[in-house]
Each structure stands twice: as C-alpha cells, then as structure tokens.
Design a binder for this molecule. Structure first.
Ligand SMILES: [Zn+2]
Length: 325
C-alpha cells in the first residue's frame, strides 16, 4: 500500500514535468473557435465551464456518485483526454488511480492541476495521510475560488485573445462563491456549541471543518482506499453516545455501510443518532440540477448539516433552489 502511494507520487511528479513541456509546445498558438477541455471530477468541470463560458466545450469524465479516489480511466476516457486541447485535474493525489493515464496524456496534451497554485500554507496535511496534502480543497469555497483563478490564468495564456473574457467570468463567479461562503458562515455558526461535530463516511470535510469551526470525524481516512476497522467504528459509537451527537451523514459517492453500522451501534448503547442526510463529498448531484453545480453542492451540504445538527438554515438553502429532499 505504502509503496503504491509512493509510485503514485512519483508518477504525478513526472506528470508535472510533462505539463510544463506540454505547455511550451502545445499552447503557444492561438485557438480557433471553441476548443475542447476535458476535466476529471465534476467540481472542476463546473468551475472550468463558468470561466470558459462559450469559448470552449467542456467535458468531465468522473460523474455523479462516482468516487474519484478509486476511479480508473476507461479507454473512452483516455480518448476524451487525448482529444482535448487542455486537461484539468484536481491533483494532490485525489485521482490516485488515474496517475498513469494523466502521465500518458501529459506527453501529448497540456495537463494542469487546478490546485497547483493554492498557497501551500493553507493546505492541510493530516497525519494519517503519510505526509501528503489533503486533496478535498473544494470544501472551502475560499480555496476553490483560488483554483478558479488558476483556471482563468491558464485559459488566458492558452487563448490570449480572450484573456479579459476569462477574467470577467472569473470575477463574476468569484462573487457568487463569496456569497456562498457568507451563507455557510452564517448558517453553520447557528449550530449549538455541543453539536458542532460532523461525522461522515470518509475524511473529505477537513477543509470545511476548518473554514466553519466544526470538529470532523470520518469513518474512513482521506482516501476511500482505507478500510474502517471495527475498533474505529466502536470508538466513534462511544463518542456519539457520550457527547449526545444527534446526526451523522452519508455521502453520495461512498457506500453507506459504515455509517449505518454507526447508527445501529449507537442505538444498541442507548444513543439516539439518525442519518442527517446524504452529503456531496467527492462528486456533485445530478447533471442539470442545482445540486449538480459546485455552488448547489456546497449549499446542499451547508443546509443539510446546519439543520440536522440543530442550527438554523432555510430548507431550500441559500437561494431557494435546493430540492429540499
Ligand atoms: Zn475523498
């Protein structure tokens, strides 16, 4: 396991090297008409679409409810990546099983990590992740805004004729992200002090917890590759019962098996714990729906968490657009 992680890191380093060479050879010319961008996870696909506007056809390959930690690129994905003029991925080992594919594509196409220029001092390095950074940056809108800025800069270099278009789109979108962040701060601050513990299926919410002052416990580690042991589940059951935590959460891209075991374990010890809802951790909601956008996804999470843990937030969220389910 440890060896394979090292291999992934080595592969990504190679990938970055190809990125810079690809950048010089492939992106110096001017683009003609809409060009093609292929992205890995939905959260990146969405911000790239916001920034590119009508200048590019943007496609994502990891869809609704799909776990990026375990995702392996199919032949058709490789074709989509190879057919792109630019590729964006998250980086920080999120797409751990796609490292080889990204290296391969990086020899032919410019490949960029959206998280590359986020200030390293703002990245978390949880002890259980063997000295690597936590990849779930989208959980803190202020960090994801920085990634959107990186995308605007990258597109401006690729297509200099439309540089101002990309920056205008970025600025408009950044204002929406700021509003989302304000809504999250306001809503989550209403959760009573003793209930400010977020228990989820895997450790995707560290940045979210830091941004909004919550304590976070994931049953599985940073990557869903790790298995939750019986001991970990028993310890979490004790914590839920002792502290009277009323809700835990499942995630759309991770099996609910462990979370259900937690609720049953707590009930056996006299605790009243319910499932507070399904959160969007590493994948967005249905394409075409509000929850299928980055802003909708975070709005959904903030609203569900706030309400389930005893805080105050409107049922349909920040702008009345949530399905309320
Ligand atoms: Zn994750």
């Amino acid at each position: 396991m440890r060896l394979s992680r090292i291999n992934i890191v080595a592969a990504l380093v190679v990938c970055v090297a190809f990125v810079s060479s690809g950048c010089n050879s492939e992106t110096s010319g001017k683009s003609k008409g809409p060009y093609r961008i292929t992205c890995t996870v939905g959260m990146i696909t969405d911000i790239v679409r916001q920034v590119a506007g009508d200048k590019a056809d943007v496609e994502g390959i990891i869809g609704e409810g799909v776990d990026p930690h375990l995702y392996q690129a199919t032949r058709s994905d490789i074709n989509k990546l190879m057919a792109a003029d630019i590729v964006f991925y998250n980086g920080l080992m999120l797409e751990g099983k796609m490292a080889d594919a990204l290296v391969k594509v990086g020899r032919k196409r410019p490949v960029y990590a959206a998280t590359e220029f986020v200030d390293k001092s703002r990245l978390l390095e949880p002890p259980e992740f063997d000295g690597h950074h936590d990849p779930h940056l989208w959980m803190d809108p202020t960090l994801w805004k920085k990634c959107a800025e990186t995308i605007a800069k990258t597109l401006g270099e690729f297509d200099p004729a439309n540089k101002s278009h990309y920056f205008k789109n970025y600025e408009r979108y950044a204002q929406q992200i700021d509003k989302l962040h304000e809504y999250a701060q306001k809503s989550l601050s209403t959760i009573p002090e003793k209930s400010r513990v977020l228990v989820t299926a895997h450790d995707a919410f560290n940045y979210f917890a830091r941004a909004y002052d919550l304590e976070v416990k994931g049953i599985q580690g940073i990557s869903t590759e790790s298995e939750a042991g019986l001991k970990d589940i028993n310890q979490l059951v004790d914590l839920l019962v002792q502290r009277g935590i009323r809700a835990v959460f499942v995630e759309s891209s991770v099996s609910d098996k462990n979370v259900k075991a937690l609720v049953e374990g707590a009930a056996a010890k006299g605790g009243k714990v319910t499932i507070g809802g399904t959160l969007f951790s590493d994948a967005m909601g249905r394409p075409g729906s509000y929850e299928g956008t980055y802003i909708g996804m975070i709005d959904h999470n903030v609203t569900k968490i706030t309400r389930a843990l005893g805080g105050k937030a409107p049922q349909k969220g920040m702008q009345g657009k949530l399905s309320g389910g």
